[in-house]
Ligand binder design. Structure first.
Ligand code: FMN
Ligand code: SF4
Length: 519
C-alpha cells in the first residue's frame, strides 16, 4: 500500500536539508520496494524541528523532526511509515504544545495542504470567503471588514476598512490592489511562509479586496531573496486562472480580477508604501510626500489599496466566518489574531498565531523556551529594526498596539528578536543609526544626515568624549528625527536608540571603549 509522506518545501525547511531528506526517503523506499507518495507542503512553523517529516497513518499524521538525511534509513528500520517509535518522533503535530496553544486562522492550512493544489485548498475551506463576498457585494464586504476591526498588519495598524472605503469611493477608470510582501523587518517571515505554504489564501484575499473597491488588477510586490515564495505564488496564480478564479468573470460572476508578482531588489525602504509604488512603476524607491494618499493617487496615479500579506490573508476568514467572529478575538482596539514570529537567540523559534493580548513573557519564555544559548534573556526587539528594545522587566506587556505605544514600543509586523545577557546595547543603538544611514532613501535631511551624525555621536559617547554633552546631542538629534522625518524610517529609528539608552544607561557608561560593528 502506498504511504503518504509530507515534507515541507518551505525555504527554511529547504535550508535545513528538506530536499536531501526527500531524496533519501525516495531512495530508501525504492530499495525496500515500499511505494510512497511524497507531498511537499508549507511549514507548520515549528522551525527548530525542520525538516519536519509527517507520515499519514490511520491515527492521523505522525511527525518526526528534525530529520537529517542520515536519519532516514533508521526511520524506515523502526517502522516510521506506520508511525512507529523513534527518538525523533514528535507525535501528532497539532497536539504539540507549540501548536496546541495557538489560534490558527490565517495559518490554519499552512503545513497541511499542498500549496499549489486547488482541490486541497477548496477541501480545507478555501474560497468560502469569496463565495460570501460575491453574495454580499462591495458595500457588504467593506461593512464585514469594518465589523472585524481588522488593522493593517504591515506595521502602522491602520484600519483596513477605512482604506478600502476611500478607494471604493474614488472615481477613476482604473484602480489597483497592491500587496506589500516586501517583508523587510528583521525577524519576520510570516509573509514568506504564507506565500510558500498557502498562496491561494493571498489570491483569495486580494480578489475580495478587488471586488470591494472596484479594482481589476493586483500586484504582489516582494523581494528577490524570496525565490521559493515567488515560484509558489506564480504557480498558484496560474492554477487559479485555470479554475476561473482569476481573470474575466471570476467564479462565473460579473467581476473580473487578475494579478501578477513583481520582484524588488530588496531595499528596506521599498517596503514603505509610496517607495514601493515608485519601485513597482520601475523607478528608484523613494518616499513620496503625502497627500495625495495612495488611496487617491497611488500606482500610476490611480486609486490604490496597499495592504500587507497578513492583512489580505485575514480577509477570506473574516468573510467566511463573519466580521463579528473575527472581532471576538483580541483585546482593546487590537482585534483578531496576529501571526507572531519568534526569532533571534531563542530555543523554540517559529510562527505562533494567537489572539492579541498574549504577553511578551509568555511568548519568549513559555512558548519560545527562553534563549537558545541557555543564558538569561536580556531584551527583545519587537517590530523590526525600528522597534524598541523591550527589557525583561517589561515582559508583562500584552501584544496590543496601544499597550506597546504607551511604552514607546511598536508591534510592527509581529517580529520578536530575542537577545541574551551578552548583547551589547550600545552596539545595538549604534546599529539602528547605521542601518538607517544605509537604508535611507535620502529624501529628507533628518534621516539622511541625522542617522550618520547619530553614528558619530554614539562613537564619541563610548570613546568618553564629552560624554554628558554628547548624550544631550544624541537625545536632541533623536527628537529632530522623530519630528522632522518624512517617513517612519527616519521617524522611528530613535526608538531602538532611545530604548537602549533608557533601559540600559549603565552601558553608555563612563569607561571609554571602542565599538566593533554589531554582528
Ligand atoms: C521603512 C518602512 C518599511 C516598511 N516595510 C514594510 C514591509 O516590508 N511590509 C509591509 O507590509 N509594510 C511595510 N511598511 C508599512 C507600509 O508603508 C504600509 O503601512 C503598509 O504596507 C500598509 O499595509 P497594511 O495597512 O495592511 O499594514 C514599511 C514602512 C516603512 C516606513
Ligand atoms: S525618513 Fe529617510 S527614508 Fe523616509 S523619506 Fe526621509 S530620507 Fe527617505
Amino acid at each position: 500500500m502506498t504511504v503518504r509522506i509530507y515534507v515541507p518545501k518551505d525555504a527554511c525547511a529547504i535550508a535545513c536539508g528538506a530536499d536531501e531528506v526527500v531524496e533519501a526517503i525516495q531512495a530508501a523506499a525504492l530499495a525496500r520496494k515500499q511505494p510512497v507518495e511524497i507531498i511537499r507542503t508549507g511549514s507548520r512553523g515549528m522551525l527548530w524541528l525542520e525538516p519536519l517529516v509527517e507520515v499519514a497513518t490511520p491515527e492521523g499524521r505522525i511527525a518526526y523532526g528534525p530529520v537529517e538525511e542520515g536519519d532516514v534509513a533508521g526511520l524506515f528500520d523502526t517502522g516510521f511509515l506506520a508511525g512507529g517509535a523513534h527518538a525523533l518522533r514528535i507525535g501528532r503535530p497539532e497536539e504539540h504544545p507549540f501548536m496546541a496553544k495557538q489560534t490558527r486562522l490565517t495559518f490554519a492550512r499552512c503545513g497541511i495542504v499542498d500549496p499549489t493544489s486547488y482541490t486541497d485548498y477548496v477541501a480545507h475551506g478555501g474560497y468560502k470567503g469569496l463565495e460570501r463576498a460575491l453574495a454580499l457585494g462591495p458595500v457588504g464586504i467593506i461593512e464585514e471588514v469594518k465589523k472585524s476591526g481588522l488593522r493593517g498588519r504591515g506595521g502602522a495598524g491602520f484600519p483596513t476598512a477605512i482604506k478600502w472605503k476611500t478607494v471604493a469611493d474614488a472615481r477613476d477608470d482604473r484602480k489597483y490592489i497592491v500587496c506589500n510582501a516586501d517583508e523587510g523587518d528583521s525577524g519576520t517571515f510570516a509573509d514568506r511562509m504564507i506565500m510558500e505554504g498557502d498562496p491561494f489564501e493571498l489570491i483569495e484575499g486580494m480578489t475580495i479586496a478587488g471586488i470591494a473597491v472596484g479594482a481589476t488588477k493586483g500586484y504582489v510586490y516582494t523581494r528577490s531573496e524570496y525565490p521559493h515564495a515567488i515560484a509558489a505564488m506564480e504557480k498558484a496564480i496560474e492554477v487559479a486562472r485555470q479554475h476561473g478564479m482569476l481573470g474575466i468573470n471570476i467564479a462565473g460572476s460579473t467581476h473580473s480580477f487578475d494579478m501578477e508578482v513583481r520582484m524588488g531588489a530588496g531595499a528596506y525602504v521599498c517596503g514603505e508604501e509610496t517607495a514601493l509604488l515608485d519601485s513597482l512603476e520601475g523607478g528608484r524607491g523613494t518616499v513620496r510626500a503625502k497627500p495625495p494618499l495612495p488611496a487617491h493617487k497611488g500606482l500610476f496615479q490611480k486609486p490604490t489599496v496597499i495592504n500587507n500579506v497578513l492583512s489580505l490573508t485575514a480577509v477570506p476568514h473574516i468573510l467566511a466566518d463573519g466580521g463579528e467572529f473575527y472581532a471576538n478575538f483580541g483585546m482593546g482596539r487590537s482585534r483578531g489574531t496576529m501571526p507572531i514570529q519568534i526569532a533571534g537567540n531563542v530555543k523554540h523559534g517559529g510562527l505562533f498565531e494567537t489572539a492579541f493580548g498574549i504577553t511578551l513573557g509568555e511568548l519568549i519564555n513559555d512558548i519560545g523556551g527562553g534563549t537558545a544559548s541557555g543564558r538569561p534573556v536580556k531584551a527583545a526587539q519587537v517590530g523590526g529594526p525600528l522597534g524598541a528594545y523591550v527589557p525583561t522587566w517589561q515582559f508583562d506587556l500584552p501584544f496590543d498596539y496601544e499597550a506597546f505605544a504607551a511604552k514607546d514600543a511598536l508591534i510592527g509586523h509581529g517580529g520578536i528578536v530575542v537577545f541574551d545577557e551578552s548583547a551589547d546595547m550600545v552596539k545595538m543603538a549604534r546599529f539602528a543609526m547605521e542601518f538607517c544611514s544605509v537604508e535611507s532613501c535620502g529624501k529628507c535631511t533628518p534621516c539622511r544626515i541625522g542617522s550618520t551624525r547619530g553614528v558619530e555621536v554614539i562613537d564619541r559617547i563610548v570613546a568618553g568624549e564629552r560624554r554628558e554633552k554628547n548624550l544631550e546631542v544624541l537625545k536632541d538629534l533623536c527628537q529632530t528625527m522623530k519630528l522632522g522625518s518624512l517617513c517612519a524610517l527616519g521617524g522611528f529609528t530613535p526608538y531602538p536608540v532611545l530604548s537602549a539608552l533608557t533601559h540600559f544607561p549603565e552601558e553608555f557608561g563612563d569607561t571609554p571603549r571602542r565599538l566593533e560593528a554589531a554582528e
